[in-house]
Design a protein around this ligand. Structure first.
Ligand SMILES: NC(=O)c1ccc[n+]([C@@H]2O[C@H](COP(=O)([O-])OP(=O)(O)OC[C@H]3O[C@@H](n4cnc5c(N)ncnc54)[C@H](O)[C@@H]3O)[C@@H](O)[C@H]2O)c1
Length: 282
């Protein structure tokens, strides 16, 4: 082998390495982006919507509670700075994520209203707790339908728009319950473990087409849903099991979502970001 053939082979390999971006945008600025937040009428979803809107995003609040969606959208930062009275800066949309027709109509309405969808945060969820030997088939099915199949329905419908545009960020809200067993949480744990499995496949299929898909797994978060399950003796014991010694706030979950929803996380794909104070490291 001659020196020149080695050099030319090396040069070819170097040229074949795909470059990344010249600079990474660390500003976390969402100006010009549209974000869809399911379950955005309350709790964690509303905190995420506020954080995105505060950084310039136009936000579609999608929630089964129609009034809640409209009120929450009107309450977001920048709501008063509507580009024109007809469109508004943000908007609320009534949608039941267990109903395929409702999801298809809502995603079409959002795309028509804003002209684009850059970010999707799947946050709609329920927690119906019962010991496994007493859990009704109806509660099991309902939990899987909202938390897991609902996440898939919205991701698929929004993902089609993102794939056509060649850009998207999908963040699915899972839970520490996806990683560990928790008493009374059979359906909930199964649904959230499913969200992580679904996310991995979407990340694999869509990552090469400009759309990243990740999960955030919170510990208990101090929302209505979190308090309903944990404002009891069990909860007081549980907060002592968390290395940081407390439950999370909705804004702490929003901070993690902002990272995964932004420009700078382009190489984070199929990951699960645990915001659990270290509970699941044991
Ligand atoms: N709070 C916690 O401790 C905690 C911990 C880990 C993960 N999570 C997850 O975070 C997400 C938000 O939880 P939260 O504490 O903010 O609860 P929340 O009850 O305050 O908010 C949930 C929202 O989802 C909406 N929703 C419920 N069913 C829906 C449906 N079929 N279609 C559309 N919207 C629907 C509700 O109307 C509500 O606005 C859920 O997915 C939950 O599982 C919560």
């Amino acid at each position: 082998m001659t020196t020149s053939s080695v050099t030319s082979t090396t040069t070819d390999f170097a040229a074949a390495l795909r470059p990344g971006p010249d600079t990474v945008d660390l500003t976390n600025d969402f100006t010009g982006r549209t974000a869809v937040v399911t379950g955005g009428a309350s709790g964690i979803g509303h905190a995420i919507a506020r954080a995105l809107a505060a950084r310039g995003a136009r936000v579609a609040i999608v929630d089964v509670r129609a009034d809640g969606a409209t009120t929450a959208a009107a309450d977001l930062p920048g709501a008063a700075d509507a580009p024109d009275a007809a469109t508004g800066l943000h908007a609320g949309f009534a949608c039941d994520v267990t109903d395929e027709t409702s999801v298809a109509r809502t995603v079409a309405d959002v795309a028509a209203h804003f002209g684009r969808i850059d970010v999707l945060v799947n946050c709609a969820g329920i927690a119906a707790l019962a010991p496994a030997d007493e859990l009704s088939a109806e509660t099991w099915s309902r939990t899987i339908d909202v938390n897991l199949t609902g996440t898939f329905r919205v991701a698929q419908a929004v993902g089609r728009h993102m794939l056509a545009a060649g850009y998207g960020r999908v963040v699915n809200i899972a839970s520490q319950a996806a990683h560990v067993g928790i008493d009374g949480h059979a359906a909930y744990c199964a649904s959230k473990a499913g969200v992580i499995g679904l996310t991995r496949v979407l990340a694999l299929e869509w990552g090469g087409r400009g759309v990243t898909v990740n999960t955030v797994s919170p510990t208990v978060v101090l929302t209505d849903l979190g308090r309903a399950a944990w404002a009891n003796e069990n909860g007081i014991r549980h907060q002592d099991e968390i290395p940081t010694g407390r439950f999370a706030t909705p804004d702490e979950i929003a901070a993690a979502v902002l990272f995964l929803a932004g420009e700078s996380s382009a190489m984070v794909n199929g990951a699960d970001l645990r915001v659990d104070g270290g509970f699941t490291i044991r």
